[in-house]
Design a protein around this ligand. Structure first.
Ligand code: NOJ
Ligand code: CA
Length: 568
């Protein structure tokens, strides 16, 4: 690591379009770096690692929730939207962090969780203390139960984390929580909810935050009459904008309000939606310039490592962004899914790759079922493919080290409500949850919690983390960290118009080759058979290349190479 902070190469790009093709690094704050040795990552830890982020060469950081929280859902259960959790830091430290990031040209996006608060939020506490029918209860979704004594929930709905979606309060009413019990859903028909979120967005924008990641953006607006539909009825309803719970057309009225606020800043604050919707067309609404402006596309995260599938995804998403005028987004890993180095090491199987990874974790991570080396090889090739695409790349902490998912977490140490709300019998695919990608990062090859902090980590780190530590990879030719650094540096240098042209002569069912403006050619070999590369200056490859008899470079399987070709 370099001691002095470097300035990110994009530091000079302060225009309103900075987000369109940004490389955004997601920090899950409790697992990134621990400044005070209490086992929980914090803002002091992040500040101390700003030089690392600058050297990595990312354009922005997306910070997952750092707000006061009882951690019923890793911080996505927010007690107070305008403060910092005392175990993570203070507002003054937050300002220091913003200044440190901005000082090296890195923007900051913070997570906003508007679908639900935590049950410790003052409003929810007030609702509990207030009578049925009171205005305080109206800020959330309270209903009487069914049955003679109201002892049955108002509807048979299941929470996204399994278990019932309604919980009864002492006076007999029930409240809706689409996620954990500790996450009551807001009623977005209440004007104070609108006002309060505008207040929050302004609060952080005024503190210098450059943008927002909007959690469950498709869930805020709900249309619930007196008689609630059953789960079976809900399932039968089309998600075409009229569904009572998800992706309603009128949710965009909220984002229009937010856009007005964002545009009062210079440069305008940006937002990226986490919206799980039926079709790319519906996703496009969230990415509209009159709304949030950008939306995550999780298609690559859900796909197998397959050339045909990847090409379809890229083509569809570029077509969609042409319609909205937004830029595309690409994601392989985040805090909710099994890391891509692990997913790609599993044997091919029909179905969604991301689920397949979860299944392997649920089976206890059997070594017999995985080829870790191949997984990492493919993950590196996939990342270079991603970083060559037009649009924004969202990277998740630790993927730059080639980290695998940690499967070996004892049940009693798991924290994810998706695990805690299920029993072994009904665990299914997602059963063991998301703790395995949230294990504290290894910074050093040895020492207390591999350099995460002076104390331990809040989730156990396996012994093999040593080999993936920053200390081992820093300055080591061919390491995943050095590949990410060089790829991000080159990307900044080569980035141009948001277009690509497929090289049909090179592409096949196993190979994807495309050219970006200025002669930047990216070739990925998804198969096993080596492929001869065309002439051109080799800029970077995700693995070792071989040479053909005539001297031309040969791209082995599961490898990406970037070449610079002279403009035609
Ligand atoms: C999506 C977030 O990414 C996830 O971590 C969280 O559990 C749910 N939203 C609920 O807030
Ligand atoms: Ca700490």
């Amino acid at each position: 690591m370099t001691a002095a902070p470097l300035t990110s190469p994009s530091a000079t790009r302060s225009d309103a379009d900075w987000w369109r093709q940004a490389a955004v690094y997601q920090i899950y704050p409790r697992s990134f770096a621990d400044g005070n040795g209490d086992g929980i990552g914090d803002l002091a830890g992040i500040i101390s690692r700003v030089p690392y982020l600058a050297e990595l060469g990312v354009d922005a950081v997306w910070l997952s929730p750092f707000y006061p929280s009882a951690l019923a859902d890793g911080g996505y259960d927010v007690d107070d939207y305008r403060d910092v959790d005392p175990t993570i830091g203070t507002l003054e430290e937050f300002d220091e962090m913003v200044a440190a990031l901005h000082g090296v040209g890195i923007k900051l996006i913070v997570d906003v969780v508007p679908n639900h608060s935590s049950d410790r939020h003052v409003w929810f506490q007030e609702a509990l203390a207030s009578p049925k029918g009171s205005d305080a209860r109206e800020r959330y979704i309270f209903r009487d139960g069914r049955g003679e004594q109201g002892e049955e929930p108002p509807a048979d709905w299941t929470s996204i984390f399994s278990g019932p979606a309604w919980t009864r309060v002492p006076d007999g009413q029930w409240y809706l929580h689409s996620f954990a019990t500790e996450q009551p859903d807001f009623n977005w028909r209440h004007p104070e909810v609108h006002e309060d979120f505008l207040h929050t967005l302004r609060f952080w924008s005024d503190r210098g935050v450059d943008g927002f990641r909007i959690d469950v953006a498709h869930g805020l607006s709900k249309d619930l009459g007196e008689v609630l539909p059953s789960t079976a009825e809900l399932r039968a309803m089309p998600k075409d904008g009229t569904h009572p719970l998800w992706d309603r057309d009128d949710v965009h009225e909220i984002y229009a309000e937010w856009r007005e606020l964002f545009d009062q800043y210079e440069p305008p604050r940006i937002a990226v939606a986490e919206a799980w919707v039926e079709t790319p067309e519906r996703r496009a609404r969230y990415a509209s310039p009159e709304g949030l402006g950008q939306a995550f596309n999780f298609d690559l995260m859900e796909a197998d490592f397959d050339a045909v599938h990847f090409r379809d995804i890229v083509t569809d998403n570029l077509a969609q962004s042409a319609v909205t005028g937004s830029s595309t987004t690409w994601v392989f890993s985040n805090h909710d899914g099994v890391r891509h180095a692990t997913r790609y090491g599993l044997p091919p199987r029909a179905g969604r790759a991301v689920k397949q990874g979860a299944e392997w974790v649920a089976a206890g991570g059997p070594e017999g079922g995985i080829d870790r080396e191949l997984g990492l090889r493919r993950a590196r090739a996939a990342t270079m493919f991603e970083l060559a695409l037009p649009g924004s790349a969202y990277l998740y902490q630790g993927e730059e080290l080639g980290l695998h998912e940690v499967a070996e977490i004892p049940d009693e140490e798991r924290q994810d409500p998706a695990f805690l709300r299920t029993t072994a019998a009904d665990r299914g695919f997602d059963g063991l949850g998301r703790d395995g990608c949230r294990v504290p990062l290894p910074w050093t090859r040895s020492g207390s919690s591999f350099g995460f902090g002076e104390g331990g980590g809040h989730l156990p780190q396996p012994a093999w983390f040593a080999d993936f530590s920053v200390e081992v990879e820093d300055g080591t030719a061919g390491s995943t960290l050095e590949m990410y650094r060089e790829a991000l540096r080159l990307r900044t240098e080569l980035q141009g118009e948001e277009t690509l042209e497929w090289d049909e002569a090179l592409s096949s069912d196993d190979v994807l080759a495309f050219e970006r403006p200025g002669g930047w050619l990216s070739v990925t070999n998804f198969g096993a058979e080596p492929v001869t590369l065309p002439a051109g200056e080799l800029l970077l490859a995700s693995g070792e290349l071989a040479a053909a008899a005539d001297g031309s470079a040969v791209l082995p399987g599961a490898t990406t190479a970037w070449l610079r070709q002279s403009a035609a």
